[in-house]
Each structure stands twice: as structure tokens, then as C-alpha cells.
Design a protein around this ligand. Structure first.
Ligand code: 6PG
Length: 260
């Protein structure tokens, strides 16, 4: 499935499009399978998307009762910590929409034994996706991702062990760059999704984005290059400042196939 790179004037336009795409995928998944299973992105960039989804204009278009919320990664902090990806999602979205608490699957970054927290999260995935870890992979309807200024995504950082993972669905990854361990979904799970949607903004992302999208294949240096859905769509939503170093002009969303 080809990747689609869409260009937007600014961060707000990226967020608006991403929120519409979330709604569109939620509706088609619930229509087709009766439920929507999404992995939320961490970091700062998705905050505005979550705020929009909490706005009644968007919120009323999603059947939150049929939605399962997962996380792509989490920092080794408690859920009320300012750095917690769960806290960001809770404050901007989950506390404002009617998604059943039991369908919000938080990664327990505060646990002392993060390796067990990782396998416990795999057990939750296999339960909700009705799979056994040995058989096939959980197939998210939508995975939301950001990209760091070093080309990392989720908590798949350059040169870290998690980049090599081919069997586990979730791992605790040592990230010396952040002097901490992090929980993260692995590449096989991310690439099993029906759709992976990156949102990228900020001039600090221009050089790594050009390297990831147009540079030589060097995933150990730019882990975002590892994201290539096996049988799914890859959407890059990029703001003009982040796209400043691209040699090929991103597509105009107005002309793209997706009516978001
Ligand atoms: C995290 C994220 C990470 C994030 C990038 C971009 O927990 O930090 O999952 O992969 O998406 O670091 O972060 P910003 O959006 O804050 O630039």
C-alpha cells in the first residue's frame, strides 16, 4: 500500500484533518466489525487532535461505547505525572467523551518491573483482539504516531534494542537518550495496522523528516523508516514548517483520495 504524504499550512490544519480521519476510520471500523481499536500517539503534537475529538462537533460522530483506546508507548512515570502520555490523553480527550473506562487500556509506566508490565499489556491486547500471542498480530484500525527530532517514533529510538524485536508485541525499551526505560508497541504490531497516521509539525522536524522520507534507508538512525504497514495505509500529515526540507512537494489534501 503506497504511503501518502499530505502537506498543510500549519499545525491546526494538520490537527483538523487528523481528527476527521480518526472519525472516518472509527465509523468505518464500527460499521464493519462493531468496534474501533485505536492506538494513541504520545508527545505534544497530538494534543490538539485530542482536544478537537473532545469537541461535540467531532465527539458526537464517534460511537465511544464501541471504541477501545490503546497507547503506542508510555514513559516510565505514574499516570498523573506531567510526562505521562496517558495523562495527556485523559486531560484532553478521555475525560470528556463516553468511552467506557474498561476500554481504555493504559500502559503501566509506573511499575518497577516494566518487562512484566509489557507482557501484561500483550495479554490485554490478545484479550481485546481475541488472539494468542503465538498466532497472528493484533491489527489496529488506526495507529497514531508522532516523530521525534531524531527520527524516532513511539518509543523506538535510534540504536535501541526494541528496533530489532520481531516476536514481542510490546517491550520495555532502554532509551539512553532519555536516561529512562519506556514501554512501546513493536514494529511488527505497528505494521500490522489497517492505517498508520503520522502527524508532524515544527521546524525542528524538517531535517529528520527529509531524512526519513527522502534519505537513504537507515532505520537504525531513523526508526520512523521502519513503519511500513504490511497490508494497510501509511499517512503522513505534515505541516509546512516540518516539510521545509522535502524536495518533493507533499500532496494537497484537497486532491487526496481521502475525503477527510
Ligand atoms: C513519546 C511519543 C514520541 C513522540 C515524538 C514526538 O512518548 O514521546 O510517543 O514518539 O511522538 O517524540 O513528540 P512531540 O510531538 O512532542 O514532538
Amino acid at each position: 500500500m503506497p504511503r501518502v504524504i499530505l502537506g498543510f499550512d500549519d499545525a491546526e490544519a494538520v490537527a483538523q484533518y487528523a481528527a476527521r480521519e480518526f472519525v472516518r476510520r472509527a465509523r468505518s471500523a464500527i460499521e464493519a466489525a462493531g468496534c474501533f481499536r485505536v492506538a494513541l500517539a504520545g508527545g505534544h503534537t497530538p494534543r490538539r487532535v485530542y482536544e478537537l475529538l473532545a469537541d461535540p462537533t467531532f465527539a458526537r460522530q464517534v460511537d465511544w461505547e464501541a471504541t477501545h483506546i490503546f497507547f503506542g508507548d508510555e514513559r516510565a512515570v505514574p499516570p498523573d505525572h506531567p510526562d505521562s502520555n496517558y495523562r495527556t490523553a485523559f486531560e484532553t480527550l478521555l475525560s470528556k467523551v463516553k468511552v467506557p473506562e474498561v476500554q481504555v487500556h493504559r500502559m503501566e509506566g509506573e511499575r518497577s518491573d516494566l518487562d512484566t508490565a509489557a507482557t501484561d499489556y500483550e495479554a490485554t491486547l490478545s484479550e481485546v483482539f481475541d488472539l494468542s500471542v503465538e498466532s497472528s498480530l493484533p491489527r489496529f484500525d488506526l495507529v497514531m504516531l508522532g516523530m521525534g527530532d531524531d527520527g524516532h517514533t513511539a518509543s523506538l529510538f535510534p540504536g535501541t534494542r526494541a528496533l530489532e524485536e520481531t516476536r514481542a508485541w510490546v517491550v520495555a525499551n532502554d532509551v539512553p537518550q532519555k536516561a529512562m526505560r519506556r514501554l512501546t508497541l513493536t514494529v511488527p504490531v505497528l505494521n500490522a495496522a489497517r492505517c498508520v497516521m503520522f502527524t508532524v509539525e515544527g521546524e525542528d522536524k524538517a531535517a529528520p523528516l527529509a531524512a526519513v522520507l527522502e534519505g537513504p534507508h537507515d532505520p537504525h538512525r531513523y526508526p520512523s523508516q521502519l513503519i511500513a504497514p504490511v497490508d494497510g495505509e501509511l499517512l503522513w500529515l505534515v505541516a509546512r514548517d516540518a516539510a521545509a526540507r522535502l524536495t518533493r512537494e507533499p500532496e494537497d489534501p484537497a486532491n487526496s483520495r481521502s475525503p477527510s
